[in-house]
Write a protein that binds this ligand. Sequence first.
Ligand SMILES: Nc1nc2c(ncn2[C@@H]2O[C@H](COP(=O)(O)OP(=O)(O)O[C@H]3O[C@H](CO)[C@@H](O)[C@H](O)[C@@H]3O)[C@@H](O)[C@H]2O)c(=O)[nH]1
Ligand SMILES: [Mg+2]
Length: 193
Amino acid sequence: MNNNRIKISDKQTLEKAWFKIERIKFDYLLEDGTWQPQTRDIHDHGNGATVLLYNKKKKTIILTKQLRMATYVNGNKTGMMIEAPAGLLEGDSPEACIIREVEEETGYRIKKVKKIMESYMTPGAVTELLYLFIAEYDESMKVSEGGGVEEEHENIEVIELEFEKAKKMMKDGEIKDAKTILLIQYAQLHNLI
Ligand SMILES: Nc1nc2c(ncn2[C@@H]2O[C@H](COP(=O)(O)OP(=O)(O)O[C@H]3O[C@H](CO)[C@@H](O)[C@H](O)[C@@H]3O)[C@@H](O)[C@H]2O)c(=O)[nH]1
Ligand SMILES: [Mg+2]
């Protein structure tokens, strides 16, 4: 935090729910030299990591399908979302996090991931910085069924699909998750598959 046009005057935790919501009061220095008081409520749920698992030979990728309540209450009829595996860092490095999450969610134990970019997914309201990776997979890396953490009721379905199909699903709006779209488009742009 080193923008000298911003002076934070107050930070208040509004509600300690599963995630933290803070009300931040600050003064912002305008071009004309005056300080303008502003207030913003922000949602802090930590940072996350995601990965595109791809197999060059089979021309396939691995995605997940799970219930996302936030989408169900906003127009997604079934509430189900098709997404690249992802998780919250929970104190780990982005690399360690995504390796852990991929095994929990998909059952693949990957060793090597390559970071391709970082993205603030909802900069108007959510603090999260998402780290995006790519990694190759093959059948020898499959160590379990995946499905997510039992106690957390994740109920994740693992989907292996042809990259061509994934591109079509993105075009048709069947894949609507931003991180997944970023990863598929990265793969297209760089002829990964
Ligand atoms: N009880 C309870 N559990 C919650 C709540 N919110 C999340 N959880 C649980 O917290 C765990 C989070 O799972 P992760 O795999 O670590 O994270 P994620 O939900 O996949 O999040 C990633 O992908 C999201 C979707 O794109 C991103 O929104 C998120 O920021 C992150 O990148 C899941 O077991 C989920 O059920 C809640 O309000 N209550
Ligand atoms: Mg997850």
